[in-house]
Design a protein around this ligand. Structure first.
Ligand SMILES: C[S@@+](CC[C@H](N)C(=O)[O-])C[C@H]1O[C@@H](n2cnc3c(N)ncnc32)[C@H](O)[C@@H]1O
Length: 513
């Protein structure tokens, strides 16, 4: 069943309008103690002739993102100083008031068709001359020849209004005085309901600072969405470990064998090498050969560790940027293998919260986290490098860069050119990690997690706690994502710099330069 809103026309007839035909919300008002929003409908042809109609927020629950856009624009413009105060406007008599009153008293001076097709008297007034917030259209009002038709205060006359001048200054002034509480509440509830539908532990939303809600245009997803030009190895062709079995060594699988083929691509555990092996490894590395057969480090604490450590990332990985290779569905080790963690998704309860400062929203965890605990992955659309450049250059927002993650971990080892590297864009769809802010002294770090060692271009980005984190402490990571920050990164900022407000003692002052 397609989604749609029903709009009463005259009380007798109804008109159905597709929600995806909403163009924008133009204004709002309070009528009969109810918040109403003026919808401009999208038309396939000439948008200047778009129908308009007033709606209660209950009629707009399927298109709340448009109401949110309107409220955002409204609150931004409220922050800008206005030449004239509302009180000034109310007090000052307007010469056009008289014109309208006169118009409503005198017989109509022209005739025109009503939207419903019948003929009614129509007073040809320019919209600017209609000075009181007009009591107009509760149903859809079709426009005709660039005009919409409005019943005047006297009740019977129909006033033509130039579509292009809606909302009029009078409507805007009325809107400045009108509350938007119900819309804000409904938008907040809608967002919370969407969070409840995100798989995994509950994600909550807290804002103790203002009435804002994160954008409803953001879509929560649990898997990457691959965009044109992006190719991922078919999961069906993934190769798993063949010599491991589910029942090995007290059912701990690959961790027991220490010769799991999935781990073969992982970094060599140098601590377990004798001198001869160290020399051999140095030669292999110099020649760019395979490290197969050398001991590898299992990424997660095993069942022998303290209970709170089980599943946490071991220091070998935590203190480096080594890629993690997990087992996959084609492995012989089975579902309970401890080399499968990130692929099962988030297990901690997260909270999106308003920071109360310029950083906007932030993310925190509602439980204590141990060093190495997995938090969540970064999700979004996977796009080509060309598309990422296009998106970056087509926006004036300095924030865009903070949502783009290059999947370039294996670019050097696999000889990938810059154009071949994919990028994850988490701005419009993704997970709660979208809200993680930057800190120059972060408590989380991002890691590469691969389930298919042959796919060097599509892999997961996973966040782990890089130290113990108390419940309620904001989760942050370093946006520069480098093992060591280079001197050039802390140089004076270029055109697109964003000032850092992480508050760390060793703050670099800029998110990027
Ligand atoms: C990925 S978003 C993080 C979520 C964001 N705070 C929000 O409200 O949606 C990155 C953006 O947050 C802001 N931000 C994050 N960390 C910051 C910091 N340390 N100082 C200033 N702004 C920060 C910047 O505007 C940045 O472009």
């Amino acid at each position: 069943m397609p989604i749609r809103v029903e709009i009463p026309m005259t009380g007798r007839a109804t008109r159905r309008v597709w929600v995806d035909k909403v163009h924008s919300i133009l204004c709002h008002r309070i009528k009969n103690e109810e918040e109403q929003y003026l919808v401009r409908w999208h038309t396939d042809t000439n948008t200047q002739r778009a129908p308009l109609s007033w709606h209660s927020i209950d009629e707009l629950v399927r298109c709340l993102e448009y109401v949110q856009d309107y409220l955002d624009t409204r609150s931004k413009s409220k922050k800008r100083p206005r030449a004239e105060t509302e009180t000034d406007f109310e007090r000052r008599p307007s010469p056009v008031d008289r014109q309208v009153l006169d118009a409503s008293r005198t017989p109509s001076i022209s005739r025109s068709s009503t939207p419903s097709g019948g003929t009614a008297s129509a007073t040809s007034l320019s919209y600017n001359s209609f000075s009181t917030a007009p009591d107009i259209y509760n149903g859809v009002i079709d426009s005709q020849d660039g005009f919409i038709f409005v019943r005047s205060a006297s009740g019977s006359d129909i006033v033509q209004i130039n579509v292009l001048s809606v909302p009029t200054p009078e409507m805007q002034n009325a809107a400045r005085r009108a509350q938007v509480k119900k819309a804000e509440y409904v938008i907040r509830m809608e967002y919370i309901n969407r969070l409840k539908r995100v798989p995994g532990r509950l994600i909550t939303l807290v804002n103790l600072h203002d009435t804002a809600t994160p954008s409803l245009r953001f879509r929560y997803i649990t898997e990457y969405v691959l965009r044109p030009g992006v190719f991922q190895y078919d999961p069906a062709t993934q190769l798993g470990c063949t010599s491991c079995r589910p029942d090995m060594g007290r059912n701990i699988g690959c961790e027991y064998t220490q010769k799991c083929e999935c781990l073969e691509y992982a970094a060599v555990d140098g601590n377990r090498l004798n001198d001869e092996q160290k020399n051999e490894l140095a030669i292999i590395r110099a020649q760019g050969g395979s490290t197969q057969g050398f001991p590898k480090k299992f990424p997660y604490f095993s069942s022998d560790a303290k209970p709170e450590r089980i599943g946490c990332l071991v220091r070998f990985y935590l203190q480096s940027r080594r890629a993690i290779y997990e087992c996959n569905d084609h492995c012989g080790c089975g579902i309970r293998c401890r080399n499968k963690l990130v692929q099962f998704g988030r297990t901690v309860e997260l909270e999106i919260f308003r920071t109360g400062d310029v950083r906007g929203w932030g993310l925190r965890c509602k439980q204590n986290l141990h060093e190495g605990a997995f938090i969540d992955t970064y999700r979004g659309e996977v796009i080509t490098d060309a598309e990422a450049t296009r998106r970056e250059t087509s926006t004036t927002s300095k924030d865009k860069a903070s949502y783009l993650y290059s999947l370039d971990k294996f670019a050097e080892s696999e000889g990938l050119s810059e154009e071949e590297i994919y990028v994850v864009d988490g701005e419009f769809m993704g997970g709660p990690t979208k809200f993680m802010n930057h800190s120059c002294e972060p408590n989380c770090r991002q890691y590469t997690v691969s389930y298919n060692k042959f796919d060097a271009k599509v892999y997961d980005i996973a966040f782990f706690a890089c130290r113990d984190i108390k419940a309620g402490e904001e989760l942050t990571f370093d946006y520069l994502d480098k093992e060591e920050v280079e001197e050039e990164d802390v140089k004076a900022p270029g055109r697109n710099y964003v000032e850092c407000r992480c508050g760390a003692a060793k703050c670099r002052k800029y998110l990027w330069t």
